[in-house]
Design a protein. Sequence first.
Length: 67
Amino acid sequence: MRKPDLSPARWRKSSLSGQGSCVEVAFTDDTVAVRDTKNRDGGTLTFHRDNWTAFIGGIKNGHFNGI
């Protein structure tokens, strides 16, 4: 799999993030990228936008409660 170009990405952190462990998310064409706010150069996870949408839907529907 080819590494996506994240240079145009606009990173954002949740407004609910406090001083603890937080992540930042960026959306590009068909990719969603996630990185650690405290270690931005430590690596990035990337997901296809459809997979990310399904993941967020699962969270909202409680599919991961109790894990």
